[in-house]
Design a binder for this molecule. Structure first.
Ligand SMILES: NC(=O)c1ccc[n+]([C@@H]2O[C@H](COP(=O)([O-])OP(=O)(O)OC[C@H]3O[C@@H](n4cnc5c(N)ncnc54)[C@H](OP(=O)(O)O)[C@@H]3O)[C@@H](O)[C@H]2O)c1
Length: 278
């Protein structure tokens, strides 16, 4: 779906997972700042709601594509879609991703595999495929990591692993892309309430989470301004900055033992029977 009248807007942002949660808030903030948004997300109710929401914003320029990013040929489909609309994004927001909390063995291998594909492989592949366009438009890339990337978190092992990849990959890529005048920023939010898993985590953390938790709309302006200003690491909000600072202050063995204790409620879970790895 698109608002064709507005396709002539000068700068466009391609946002993955822009139909819900943080991606939705980032997309709406882009629109607020006069940018056009090209949203790729799963073809379902969330995307339809987002289309309705965008249609109701006067002057909003948008384009949507319902697509499973981990499906066969997804990146090629995005390139075709952009080409058909003659659209060359200035910015790329690699936001789509998900995590699971709990005992390591309680997430299925299939889910871990999809998590690693979506959180890491899709991000790299999309950036790789879009690079010729980004070299032309000379904008920037915003990659979604998490404050958890640099902790890291027991009981969220694979997720924090994927986010540590995003963090290091983004900082390294930033230095390479300097030569092309393309900025690379990495966004490291704290806990944001967007879905069931977030709620589960808040319950597991108790009072601590109630203090630390934010809503997607709260972090979007700082995130988008950081991207537009080419900031390297964006840690939205005072508490996230404090968490990152404290994380560096504590010696690693003490920090990890403490984090394990905070999240040890997950040990009360029943251990699932692991599905066989194909
Ligand atoms: N929430 C937090 O506490 C938090 C903190 C730090 C970092 N992050 C990161 O921020 C990003 C967004 O998280 P969120 O909490 O906003 O998640 P969310 O509310 O679940 O939204 C994720 C978005 O990605 C889309 N999506 C999921 N799988 C997809 C696929 N295979 N193909 C295409 N689109 C797909 C979703 O579509 P549907 O809505 O249709 O499923 C949705 O639009 C993730 O990378 C996450 O790791 C989250």
């Amino acid at each position: 779906m698109s608002k064709i009248d507005n396709l002539r807007k000068p700068k466009w942002v391609l946002v993955t997972g822009g139909s819900h949660g943080i991606g939705r808030a980032l997309s709406l903030e882009c629109v607020k700042q006069g940018l056009g948004v090209a949203i790729v997300a799963l073809p379902n109710e969330d995307l339809r709601h987002m289309e309705e929401e965008l249609a109701g914003i006067p002057g909003a320029a948008y384009l949507t594509l319902g697509l499973n990013l981990v499906g066969e040929g997804a990146i090629a489909k995005i390139l075709d879609w952009l080409s058909e609309a003659s659209l060359k994004p200035t910015y790329l927001i690699n936001n789509a991703g998900f995590g699971r909390g709990g005992l390591f063995e309680n997430t299925t291998w299939g889910e871990y595999r999809t998590m690693m594909q979506l959180n890491n492989q899709v991000m790299v592949e999309l950036t790789y495929a879009l690079l010729p366009i980004l070299k032309e438009t000379q904008g920037g890339v915003l990659n979604m990591s998490s404050v958890e990337a640099t902790l890291p978190l027991p009981y969220k092992t694979v997720y924090t692993g994927t986010k540590a990849f995003v963090y290091n990959y983004s900082l390294a890529l930033r230095e390479e892309f300097r030569y092309y005048d393309i900025s690379v920023s990495v966004l490291c939010p704290g806990p944001v309430i967007t879905n069931e898993d977030g709620l589960k985590r808040v319950k597991a953390m108790g009072t601590l989470a109630k203090i630390a938790v934010t809503m997607p709309e709260d972090l979007a302006p700082e995130a988008i301004n950081g991207m537009l200003n080419g900031k390297a690491v964006i840690r939205p909000g005072f508490l996230v900055k404090l968490m990152a600072f404290l994380g560096k202050l504590f010696p690693r063995p003490i920090k990890l033992r403490l984090l394990e204790k905070i999240f040890s409620k997950y040990r009360e879970e029943d251990v699932a029977v692991a599905e066989p790895v194909e």
